[in-house]
Ligand binder design. Sequence first.
Ligand code: ATP
Ligand code: LTN
Length: 332
Amino acid sequence: MEEVKKILYSAVQPSGCVTLGNYLGAIKNWVDLQESYNCMYCVADLHSITVRQTPADLRKRSVELLSLFLACGLDPEKNIMYFQSHVPAHAELAWILNCYTYMGELSRMTQFKDKSQRHADNINAGLFTYPVLMAADILLYQTDLVPVGVDQKQHLELARDIAARFNGIYSETFKIPEPYIAKVGAKIMSLTEPTKKMSKSDPNPKGFISVVEDADSIAKKIKSAVTDSEGSIRRGEGKEGIENLMSILSATSGESIESIESRFAGKGYGEFKAEVAEAVVECLRPIKEKYDQYMQDKAYVEKVYTEGAQHAQYLARRTLDKVYRKVGFVKR
Ligand code: ATP
Ligand code: LTN
């Protein structure tokens, strides 16, 4: 008998370019998961308007992100990929779950506290209820596993609490999702401040590499990456810059850190950086090529996200119908 695959759900906000960090830390691992799980990847456009967006940019970035999923190797035959705003069930379930979530719980979310400080002129209700929408995303699909970074762990725990509370009141309705921590998840640091993670919202573009950046620009950024004055290629205290470049080389080429360390013993930073740059360019080249192709083939990309949304809506509706019935709405 064929074993039923577990459901894995994740979403990315279309809030900036995708960085080498996002690729090596997340998307690359997703490609390996598509054989073993039923995976759903959502472009979380509803989430992204909790901070002000320029409409034309948001539309463009959303399509770019979905094209990038494809370019990185996510197969639409094996994964459901769609825009959150195309599946109305997300907003509908979010409303219901709002009524089963306490103000106190939402006030404790560190991302809310953090974002309301950074966007003090726009502390809107959506920013506050953001984790409820995220809970709805996950719970609609009876998700087993959610790959999360540390920053999203608190939100996932809230989703579990909301699901358990609802199940407790109305009997078993939602599957309680588990966090999925990837075995190999390189943490890539900023090229200008190697003690901070590489982030797409870094105001200094020298700190990050976009996955679709051209080769010259990648080489320049790596060449000017912050290191130290000691001159040896090894791990250790105060060597965060070199250590970061070593993990980038390892993750992009497959060579182990130990092998890199011994191969570069006695060699200079110039030579080392040139090799890191080449490895990054070679790793990203096929992605950029495919990305450019998909960006030319609007009809194909549209087909992927339209069919993705239809499939997602069908699955989501099953959960939502159950929820509507349990809370006492009249059958339509
Ligand atoms: P922001 O700059 O807006 O905080 P981000 O670039 O940190 O965004 P997210 O959208 O928060 O990216 O994360 C998308 C996925 O990429 C998450 O799974 C996260 O763990 C992973 N990720 C983000 N940055 C890195 C990094 N520097 N190294 C490894 N993985 C990362
Ligand atoms: N909040 C997440 C994006 C996100 C998500 C989700 C992740 C929205 N819905 C559901 C996992 C599951 C972020 O900002 N990285």
